[in-house]
Design a protein around this ligand. Structure first.
Ligand SMILES: [Zn+2]
Length: 238
């Protein structure tokens, strides 16, 4: 077995036998990794509470055929401010679930890793209303599935875009309208998020336009994942 160093964010953990856990992480260099943390559930475990969901850790792991084995784990960030705030915890778990669904085992996707870490750091600094929708839209763009926003996704007309249906590919004109109605302001905000103006978009206070973008982004991500995001539904702010 070979030993490797990497950094990762813990996505979820699962009990294994009496004292161990299987820890699922998104790593920077090895994609999604499932690794056994031996003795982690014992009170005097050398891992302590380091391998909990959300934690950003520096890792030393043995590579196995299916499951790796965590040899060492040092916490880089526990995102304490997020953990101490239920609303932010719910958002963070939505980010983890999206990443868990989209990432592939042992398939490095450093941009996805950097986006997750960046989003968790932004959430640690501030509970921005647009954080989760902006993350979903950016991840969809990374996956090559960004919605069409500058013309009607159905007929290509450049006229007024008044509706949004991700199954049609994005924004729709008056004659092709179906799906949800959408305001010009909401479409402009989505364009700003995808156009790179993320910091400014994150400063946007909660309100009806942000609410529209939130619903539209969640729906787009759900369709992309072809399933409902359980943590979004369970969130008190959803
Ligand atoms: Zn049209």
């Amino acid at each position: 077995m070979s030993l490797y160093r990497d950094e990762g964010v813990v996505l979820r953990t699962m009990r294994l036998g009496e004292a161990d856990r299987i820890v699922t992480m998104l790593t920077r260099g090895h994609g999604k990794v499932r690794a056994v943390a031996k003795g982690v559930r014992r009170t005097r475990s050398k891992f302590g509470a380091r391998l909990e969901p959300l934690s950003h850790v520096a890792l030393l792991c043995w590579q196995g055929r299916e499951l790796d084995i965590v040899n060492q784990a040092e916490v880089t960030d526990t995102f304490r401010a997020v953990r101490e705030d239920l609303a932010r915890v719910a958002k963070a778990f939505t980010l983890l679930e999206v990443v868990d669904q989209l990432s592939q085992e042992r398939h490095a996707n450093p941009r996805l890793f950097d986006m997750l870490l960046g989003a968790l750091r932004a959430l640690e600094a501030d509970d921005a209303a647009l954080l989760v929708p902006a993350f979903c839209l950016k991840v969809l763009a990374l996956e090559g599935s960004a919605p069409v926003l500058d013309e009607c996704a159905s007929c290509g007309s450049a006229g007024d875009l008044v509706a949004f249906d991700i199954l049609e590919g994005g924004a729709l004109c008056r004659s092709c309208r179906r799906g949800r109605p959408v305001s010009a302001d909401a479409l402009a905000l989505v364009r700003r998020i995808l156009g790179g103006g993320l910091a400014a978009a994150l400063a946007e206070p909660a309100g009806p336009v942000v609410g529209e973008v939130d619903e539209l982004a969640t729906e787009a991500m759900e369709v992309h994942l072809d399933r409902r995001l359980r943590s979004v539904r369970a969130s008190p702010t959803a």
